[in-house]
Each structure stands twice: as structure tokens, then as C-alpha cells.
Design a protein around this ligand. Structure first.
Ligand SMILES: Nc1nc2c(c(=O)[nH]1)N[C@@H](CN(C=O)c1ccc(C(=O)N[C@@H](CCC(=O)O)C(=O)O)cc1)CN2
Length: 326
């Protein structure tokens, strides 16, 4: 029979942290310790509820409704799903959403024209162009065209540049890395003075995640495709953010006992038993790593839902800033 108990995990200094009355504990089953699951789906739901309350007050008190414009180019199924989910999330909190869908063979100029209209539209407070764009388009030109006051994705080079500089503040922080840090905060996981390793250096996740961790006073290393013996570096980390797009790359042996693991990877792997024919796995081998870490995000249900929650949060922030509201 399974013996089951809950033990505080002591090797890093969060022993007993509150998250809306949920404690961060590792769980012991039959003398094996399992990491606490960091429940992004639940935190994202809490955040959506907080945002909905603020928006309904805003509507009532000053008659302003935040608006988000989304541009989707092409027919990638995953992108269409994310855009659909963004619209649903907007509806659920009371944000107006505007959507433009363009064919795969649309021109860059068409995209730029739509951005320009949304830049000038006072009912739009946030603009995002779903990535990736078709390969014939220049992503840099497109992202540069979004005015920084409405850049709720935080991808404009001015926002990224400010994020990188001491003493400067970006208007927006990219949603996925912001969601990773928000999860650490909401689970009261200390960052200051900790060793953090970010795996991956993409513009939309790895690089801004490393900058954010540094702003939180972590000592940050970045592991990438040219890093020699990455496991020697990850084994020193108190916090790992994995954002590399390689299924199960981070094995249990790569993880320091008690480390906190944030898995950004969403990788489809074939699974004939699943209705979709595939299932999603992260960049971290959950089965192995959850026996070594003190806390871990699952895939799905970890960072993914936080990305959309942070988009709603950035859109609300934008509406407040544009209308000089507190
Ligand atoms: N303009 C942008 N493009 C892209 C971004 C972005 O932040 N801005 N990020 C990703 C895609 N993305 C949002 O756009 C996103 C990815 C995943 C999820 C999510 O909730 N995933 C679920 C699983 C979903 C499933 O079952 O298929 C999870 O992890 O639980 C939300 C948003 C690239 N493009």
C-alpha cells in the first residue's frame, strides 16, 4: 500500500509559502519525494478574476473598456488556437477584442496598414501580431510598427531595450517571461541572490526571461545550443527556466535537489492513444525532474495559461496608462 505524507522541502529557503491558502510543499509517497506542482492554470484563473473586477469598476466609474487588437496571418493551427483562446479570455474579463485574419500570402504592407489603423484607433489599447509570421515577412519591420504605448506583447525593440537597461522601465514586459516571474512571486519563491539558469535565448522568452531574473537580483546564466556540457551549469541552479523547444531535454540528472523548475516548452509528441494523436510535453523530463526538484510547472497547465493572463494584464495596464487612471 502507498504511504503518503507531505513534507516541507528545505534545501532552498522556501519552506512554507502561501498561495491563496495553498502551501508550497514537496510531497512524499512511499519514501520518494515529489516536487510541488506550480499550478499555472489555477493562478491564471485567479488573475483573470482580479482583472475582471478591475475592468468592471473601470467601466462603471469612468466608462472605459480596454480593447485588444490581434492580427493573425496564415493558417497555422496552433496560432489559430492561441488567437481563439485570447479572444475567449478577453470576453471572460470584459476586454473588447478586435481581430484581423489575413491569408498566408498577404503582403507585409497589408499587415503594416492594419497596425497603423490600430495605432490610431482610440478604442484599441493593445495590439499584437501573432507569431510566427509567414517566412516572406520581415518580423522586425512588423514588430517595430506597433506603437510602444500599445505594445502589449512587449516585443518592440524600445521596450526590450529598456528592459535590458538599469534605471529604465519598459512600458510592457513580454507575456510568457512575465508569467514565469509572476508564478514565482505568487508561490513566494525567492529569486533575489539565487542562481538562475535560463535554457534558450529566443527574443520572445529566453532573453527577456534572463533580463527579468537579473532585475529580480538573481545571478543569471544562459544555456543555449552552443553551450558545452549544459548539465554542469543547470546542476548549479536554484531556479531553471527552460524555453528551448526540445521535448524532455532537461533530465533529472541535470537538476540540483530542491531546485524550482519552470517549463516553458510546449512540444507535441506522437501519442496514438490521445484523441488528437499527440500529447504535449515540456522541455523538462517531468517524470524524472519532479523527483529531484522542490517545485515544478506541468505541461500543459503551467506557463502556457499564464501567457494569456499576462496579455490581459498588459492590456488593462495600457488602458489605465493611456487614460491616466491609477
Ligand atoms: N504575438 C505572440 N506570439 C506568440 C506568443 C506571444 O506571447 N505573443 N507566444 C506563443 C504562443 N502563445 C501565445 O500567443 C501561447 C502558447 C501556449 C499557450 C497555452 O495556454 N498552452 C497550453 C496548452 C495548449 C494546448 O493544449 O494546445 C498549456 O501550456 O497549458 C497560450 C499561449 C508563440 N507566439
Amino acid at each position: 500500500m502507498l504511504s503518503f505524507s507531505i513534507v516541507p522541502y528545505c534545501s532552498i529557503d522556501f519552506i512554507h509559502c502561501n498561495l491563496s491558502k495553498v502551501d508550497v510543499y514537496a510531497i512524499q509517497v512511499d519514501n520518494e519525494t515529489f516536487a510541488k506542482v506550480i499550478d499555472g492554470k489555477r493562478v491564471a484563473k485567479d488573475i483573470r478574476e482580479e482583472i475582471a473586477v478591475e475592468i468592471s469598476k473601470m467601466k462603471e466609474e469612468v466608462g472605459i473598456v480596454p480593447g485588444l487588437a490581434v492580427i493573425l496571418v496564415g493558417d497555422r493551427k496552433d496560432s489559430a488556437t492561441y488567437v481563439r483562446n485570447k479572444k475567449k479570455a478577453c470576453d471572460s474579463v470584459g476586454i473588447n477584442s478586435f481581430e484581423v485574419r489575413l491569408a498566408e500570402d498577404s503582403t507585409e504592407e497589408e499587415v503594416l496598414n492594419h497596425i497603423s489603423k490600430f495605432n490610431d484607433d482610440p478604442s484599441v489599447h493593445g495590439i499584437l501580431v501573432q507569431l510566427p509570421l509567414p517566412s516572406h515577412m520581415n518580423e522586425q519591420n512588423v514588430l517595430n510598427a506597433v506603437c510602444i504605448e500599445k505594445d502589449v506583447d512587449g516585443f518592440h525593440p524600445l521596450n526590450i531595450g529598456r528592459l535590458a537597461m538599469r534605471g529604465r522601465e519598459p512600458l510592457f514586459v513580454p507575456c510568457t517571461p512575465k508569467g514565469c516571474i509572476e508564478l514565482l512571486h505568487r508561490y513566494d519563491i525567492p529569486i533575489k541572490g539565487k542562481r538562475a539558469v535560463v535554457i534558450g535565448r529566443s527574443n520572445i522568452v529566453g532573453m527577456p526571461a534572463a533580463l527579468l531574473l537579473q532585475r529580480e537580483d538573481a545571478t543569471v546564466s544562459i544555456v543555449h545550443s552552443r553551450t558545452k556540457n549544459p548539465e554542469e551549469i543547470t546542476r548549479q541552479a536554484d531556479i531553471i527556466i527552460a524555453a528551448v523547444g526540445q521535448p524532455n531535454m532537461v533530465r533529472g540528472s541535470w537538476v540540483k535537489p530542491g531546485a524550482v523548475l519552470i517549463d516553458v516548452g510546449i512540444n507535441p509528441v506522437e501519442d496514438p492513444e490521445s484523441a488528437r494523436g499527440y500529447r504535449l510535453v515540456g522541455d523538462i523530463c517531468y517524470e524524472e525532474a519532479s523527483k529531484v526538484a522542490s517545485a515544478i510547472t506541468p505541461v500543459p497547465g503551467g506557463v502556457g495559461p499564464m501567457t494569456i493572463a499576462m496579455l490581459l494584464s498588459n492590456t488593462l495596464l495600457s488602458a489605465k496608462r493611456i487614460h491616466n487612471l491609477r
